[in-house]
Write a protein of this length. Sequence first.
Length: 116
Amino acid sequence: MTDLNVVELIARNIGKLPLETQKVLKLAACIGSTFNLDVLAIVNEASSLTTATQLWSALQAGLILRTGMGLSISYQIVTEKHGGSLSCKSELDRGAEFIIRIPIRLEADNKVATAV
């Protein structure tokens, strides 16, 4: 294997991502070295949820560092896409507990249950 410099390695990894992810990464790069999801969504001319979904593979590949964006995206996906809820219980010196509830439709009798 030939030696690659960091820029070549990152460019190669970006080239392996889906085209829609590459497009959103280019827009993010135009904003700067840091970006806000809501601003990127406006530039992308799409919802924050759609833009976050398009960025997902770049996040998984470690090409984007998260700075608090994860909880915001999780909240949007759980509440807007699945009609669920996300809450947090926090106690000083004891940590935090995140509770995610997503309704599940049971096909047999079309009843709704909640998974926790």
